[in-house]
Design a protein around this ligand. Structure first.
Ligand SMILES: CC(C)(COP(=O)(O)OP(=O)(O)OC[C@H]1O[C@@H](n2cnc3c(N)ncnc32)[C@H](O)[C@@H]1OP(=O)(O)O)[C@@H](O)C(=O)NCCC(=O)NCCS
Length: 164
């Protein structure tokens, strides 16, 4: 007889929760922003300096039109979700810690974020722009319901999802 529990747990979603980002997350979030994949697939395609990041981070935490959440798995920070609000639309930007990639954290983080966006009525449409070679990012957004809407002037894939 097999053990149904083992297969089930291998396929289970990672147990990801979201919390609001704090001032002391600044270094962690900079390290994810400056990781090689994140640089390659970012709009600027360059790393950010400590000072530039610190200014951006503080402004983001204090901007009511921006949401910054840290994803945790068993109390360990594994990713970030940022939402830039513009009227009824929110633009997603996500990153998963390099050591936590490729096992469903990105998808689960997006599922949790979408549930929060609906619960808090933050936006009615969510958009994401992703580098055309960023297969993991495009897949993660498609797997939670986003569809491709076109390509930006800079050649990034535009995906969107009606939330309510
Ligand atoms: C993009 C990113 C957030 C995805 O998070 P992740 O936890 O690694 O992704 P998941 O494990 O949830 O996988 C999502 C999908 O991509 C696929 N995938 C994951 N890594 C992949 C890779 N290296 N190559 C191809 N597909 C990949 C998964 O199989 C899954 O698709 P499936 O459900 O059809 O099997 C993460 O890789 C990351 O932080 N990258 C650097 C920053 C970045 O590019 N952010 C996006 C800008 S909006």
């Amino acid at each position: 007889m097999g053990r149904p529990g083992s297969l089930t747990s291998e396929r289970a979603h990672p147990d990801v929760t979201l919390r609001v980002a704090r001032e002391d997350d600044v270094s962690l979030i900079r390290s994810w922003r400056n990781d090689a994949d994140a640089i390659q697939f970012s709009v600027s395609a360059r790393p950010v300096s400590d000072a530039e990041h610190a200014r951006w981070f503080s402004a983001t935490l204090n901007d009511p039109r921006k949401v910054l959440w840290v994803a945790e798995e068993q109390g360990v920070a594994v990713g970030q979700v940022r939402i830039d609000l513009d009227g009824d639309t929110g633009i997603f930007s996500i990153a998963v810690a390099p050591s936590a990639r490729g096992r469903g954290v990105g998808k689960e983080m997006l599922r949790r974020a979408l549930a929060e966006i609906t619960r808090l009525r933050l936006a009615t449409t969510m958009t994401a722009l992703t580098h055309p070679d960023n297969v993991a990012s495009i897949r993660a957004f498609e797997q939670v319901g986003f569809t491709r809407r076109g390509v930006s002037e800079a050649g990034f894939v535009i995906l969107d999802l009606r939330v309510v």
